[in-house]
Design a protein around this ligand. Structure first.
Ligand code: HEC
Ligand code: HEC
Length: 276
């Protein structure tokens, strides 16, 4: 996939309220109610598998409830690309559960809609699935994990462990293309992740405090400093708030990280991306 839309997640209270409103005015549908059935191996299968009417109904529901974040074409805006969901062997039952429960700790909401509506959405998502991008199938994941532990974990968490200066990377391979990840590692300053942009605060007596900017309004600025402390400052107390163009992440050129090592690292990140 040549596409490397770099979507950054952002959540604002206004947006969430709007989303809730959209969820409340969902369309009513005439879907034949039907329970999910268990497949041969006891796995729950979509009762609407291959049903064109359900797929169309699912598309309409998707349009009112999901498109705002995942895009009208399901290719992602503030939420991830959903056309690549099936590439990593995700089951329909898993996707169903994700839609029902939401993703805790993210802006992805849970849904209390009837099961048949959720299954219809799953059927729609299945129908817009793209050919699996074979993006994370080469390289040695174990070696990639070693590199991650020695080089990246002090600034990045995966599965709950690691530093906080940079973003959590547990799901990064699901939400960024290989090209976007390569660029983020080789040339971090080319595009800094939202919520992790470098800022330097100059105090009244000229002291410099560096960190990543978490928030700013007319009166104050919040940062995570390089010691990983979340700090708020009143602008009245500061000499200057300087937005930097240089990421706090060092660039890993091919002299520090060979193409093979990068391949291993990406393979490792690709193993983390299972939908819970
Ligand atoms: C307010 C924005 C928002 C809305 C509305 C929303 N989502 Fe999401 N969705 C997200 C975000 C953000 C994530 C990524 C969460 C994470 O992993 O941190 C996500 C994740 C997902 C995932 C898991 C993707 C993966 O690769 O693991 C699925 C499936 C999904 N959404 C489907 C839906 C469906 C279907 C709807 C409509 C019923 C919907 N979402 C509505 C923002 C949204
Ligand atoms: C000194 C701390 C530091 C180290 C070490 C570091 N990073 Fe980062 N990383 C950051 C910060 C800060 C950002 C956010 C700013 C940006 O996007 O450049 C970031 C961003 C990223 C992103 C982009 C995330 C997104 O949401 O798009 C990726 C991918 C990434 N780092 C991977 C790595 C990998 C892989 C390593 C090890 C080879 C590594 N980083 C080492 C601090 C670090």
């Amino acid at each position: 996939m040549g596409k490397s839309k770099v979507a950054r997640y952002r959540s604002t209270p206004g947006r969430q309220a709007m989303v809730r409103l959209v969820l409340m005015c969902g369309v009513t549908l005439l879907l034949v109610p039907s329970g999910a059935r268990a497949g041969q191996d006891g796995v729950v299968a979509n009762p609407y598998e291959g049903d064109p009417a359900a797929r169309r109904a699912g598309a309409a529901l998707y349009g009112t409830r999901c498109a705002e974040c995942h895009g009208a074409d399901a290719k992602g805006i503030s939420g991830p690309d959903l056309t690549a969901l099936w590439a990593v062997g995700t089951s329909e039952a898993r996707v169903f559960q994700t839609i029902r429960r939401g993703v805790p700790g993210s802006i992805m909401p849970s849904s209390s809609a009837p099961e048949n509506e959720l299954w219809a959405i799953v059927a729609y998502l299945k129908s817009v699935s793209t050919v699996p991008p074979v993006e994370f199938t080469t390289g040695d994941a174990d070696h990639g994990r070693d590199i991650f532990r020695s080089t990246c974990v002090r600034c990045h968490r995966v599965n709950g462990n690691g530093g906080r200066l940079g973003p959590d990377l547990s799901r990064i391979a699901r939400i960024r293309s290989r090209a976007a990840l390569t660029l983020a590692i080789r040339d971090p300053s080319a595009s800094m992740a939202v919520g992790y942009r470098t800022v330097t605060l100059v105090t009244a007596d000229g002291e410099l405090i560096r960190g990543v900017k978490k928030g700013e309004d007319v009166f104050s600025v919040q940062i995570v400093d390089t010691e990983e402390r979340l700090q708020g400052y009143l602008k009245a107390d500061l000499g200057e708030v300087r937005d930097e163009t240089q990421s706090l992440m060092p660039a890993f050129g091919s002299d520090q990280l060979s193409d093979d090592d990068l391949d291993d690292l990406l393979r490792f990140l690709g193993t983390l991306n299972v939908v819970q």
